[in-house]
Write a protein that binds this ligand. Structure first.
Ligand code: NAP
Length: 498
């Protein structure tokens, strides 16, 4: 890894216009990793102008879709060759285990391949317009789009947005999270190596409150696409509203894991652990509320608590480690404070609930995987998103109660339903006010499958054909196909004009 991560604008690496930079540290050890150029308002402006120039001269937008697709497929091949290197880098900077990052990054070429296929097969339409006209509706790219991404899946989330936006022919400005910008930066270089022309993909790292703010408020953008916390989403959607541009926002969650009494308990506990503690709980779809049918509750809780205590917490680079540190001190302190407040409000910590002791944890932001019981729906922990390795467990009585508890949240991003009864699975999932519902599974994602939340969890969705369409707009061509002369003011006849 280079010592310094620079901006990449119009095909060139460059420092910030004022020379500003900040540092990224390893959250497991505290070690300094590299410095990052902190993009200024002037840099953001330069990037938007470069993106606009590339859009206007058509170097990417006007390229035949088949050629664009070839380049995206070439990028997929290059990415597949670099998975191990990128996975290592992701683990070093955000603390997620190497085992997880390898498994996640291995899938990412699929996004480029999928959207390459969509670019080639996308079609316009030809609505009926009456006998004298032909109406051709084309899908055209938007222009320069701003992509703002979080740190918890640095490359996955960048890839979701980049592949759809590029396939549709747009120019891009990427503002990655300050905590994990290295691999998104490498993706930009890789895309140019594959043949994306300079100026099409511009990379402006920096702080959300300055670089991110300058980007969202820039009048030259045609769309904003953000993944982040719900409050960040509100700020960015407000800026998009002022510019009258569309916004896609993938925001926070508090996913329920709903376990009915016909499950195999060991299988369902394995599912709940997977839901709760992947990424040290730092995923938007984390299984944060484990709801269990009362008649199996005691047994389920006992197995869940036992297995939670057995999770191996430690060095994310060690392939035996199952749970790494949190990404930052702020995230660790927020987690610890949420658990302490739950205790004060009368909940019971059943597993974890501590900063672990020992030399191997001394310099990192570790927190034990935690299960909290005796939770009431007026406790803060029931509804707030912690974004750490903390899940609550609560019993329910029957389907109506399970649905009511699952929907009792400001968020509506994801849920999983665990049952062998197909009718129940379908009935319950239909009643959930939630965008992504897994049956007997959790966390699964595919480039073809829509990913988006209801309620405070966001606007619009990533993945699938809708995501591609959201990076286009419709242009309606109405062609006069009549041989009959038309002269509205040359006659008093009752002519058709609408
Ligand atoms: P965050 O603090 O909201 O930041 C997200 C991005 O927005 C970062 O690049 C951040 O820059 C930037 N930003 C912050 N304030 C901004 C502002 N005023 N104007 C413009 N940009 C701004 O979120 P995070 O901590 O990185 O990620 C965790 C959150 O993301 C959780 O709430 C999680 O649920 C959500 N998430 C949702 C999904 C989903 O698919 N729904 C997926 C993953 C994560 P800095 O990093 O420099 O502050």
């Amino acid at each position: 890894m280079a010592d310094q991560l620079l901006l990449h604008v119009d095909g060139k690496d460059q420092p910030a216009s004022d020379g500003g930079e900040f540092a990224v540290h390893n959250p497991a050890t505290g070690e300094h990793l590299y410095t990052v150029a902190n993009g200024t308002e002037e840099d953001v402006n330069g990037a938007v102008l470069a993106g606009r120039a590339a859009f206007d001269d058509g170097r990417w937008r006007a390229m035949p879709p088949r050629e664009r697709a070839r380049i995206l497929n070439r990028a997929a091949v290059l990415l597949a060759e670099r998975v191990d290197e990128y996975a290592r880098l992701e683990s070093l900077q955000i603390g997620r285990t190497l085992r997880e990052m390898r498994a996640q990054l291995k899938r990412l070429p699929e996004w480029l391949e999928y959207f390459a296929a969509v670019a080639q097969t996308a079609e316009g339409s030809c609505p009926e317009f009456g006998p004298e006209h032909l109406n051709v509706v084309r899908r055209v790219p938007l222009g320069v789009v701003g992509l703002i991404t979080p740190w918890n899946h640095p490359l996955l989330i960048t890839m979701k947005k980049v592949s759809a936006a590029l396939a549709a022919g747009n120019s891009l400005i990427i503002k990655p999270s300050e905590l994990g910008p290295a691999v998104p930066g490498q993706l930009v270089a890789l895309l140019e190596e594959a043949g994306v022309p300079p100026g099409v993909v511009n990379f402006v790292p920096g702080l959300g409150r300055s670089t991110g703010k300058a980007l969202t408020e820039h009048p030259g953008l045609a769309k904003l696409d953000v993944t982040g916390g719900t409050e960040t989403g509100r700020v960015i959607a407000a800026a998009a509203g002022r510019s009258l541009i569309p916004v896609t926002a993938e925001l926070g969650g508090k996913a329920p894991v709903i376990v009915f009494d016909d499950v195999d308990i060991d299988t369902a506990v394995a599912g709940a652990l997977f839901a709760a503690f992947i990424a040290t709980g730092q995923t938007c779809v984390q299984g944060a509320r484990i709801l269990v049918s009362r008649n199996i509750y005691d047994r389920f809780q006992e197995v869940l608590v036992t297995r939670t205590r057995q999770l191996r917490l430690g060095d994310p680079m060690d392939l035996q480690t199952q749970v790494g540190p949190l990404v930052s001190q702020a995230q660790r302190d927020k987690t610890a404070a949420a658990v302490d407040r739950a205790r004060e409000q009368g909940a019971t910590v059943l597993a974890g609930g501590r900063i672990p002791e020992g030399a191997q944890y001394a310099n990192g932001w570790f927190y034990e995987p935690t299960i909290v019981g005796d939770i009431r729906r007026d406790h803060d922990l029931w509804s707030e998103e912690v974004f750490g390795p903390v899940s609550v467990i609560a019993p329910f009585d029957g389907e109506d109660d399970a649905v009511m508890m699952a929907n009792d949240s400001p968020f509506g991003l994801a849920a999983s339903v665990w049952t062998q009864n197909v009718g129940r699975a379908v009935r319950v999932s239909r009643r959930l006010d939630i965008g992504i519902v897994w049956i007997n599974d959790h966390h699964r994602i595919d480039p073809a499958s829509p990913w988006g939340g209801f309620k405070d969890s966001g606007i619009g969705s990533e993945n699938g054909l809708e995501a591609f369409r959201s990076y286009t707009r419709q242009q309606s061509l109405i062609i006069n196909a009549s041989d009959t002369p038309f002269d509205w003011f040359g006659t008093d006849e009752d002519l058709r004009y609408s």
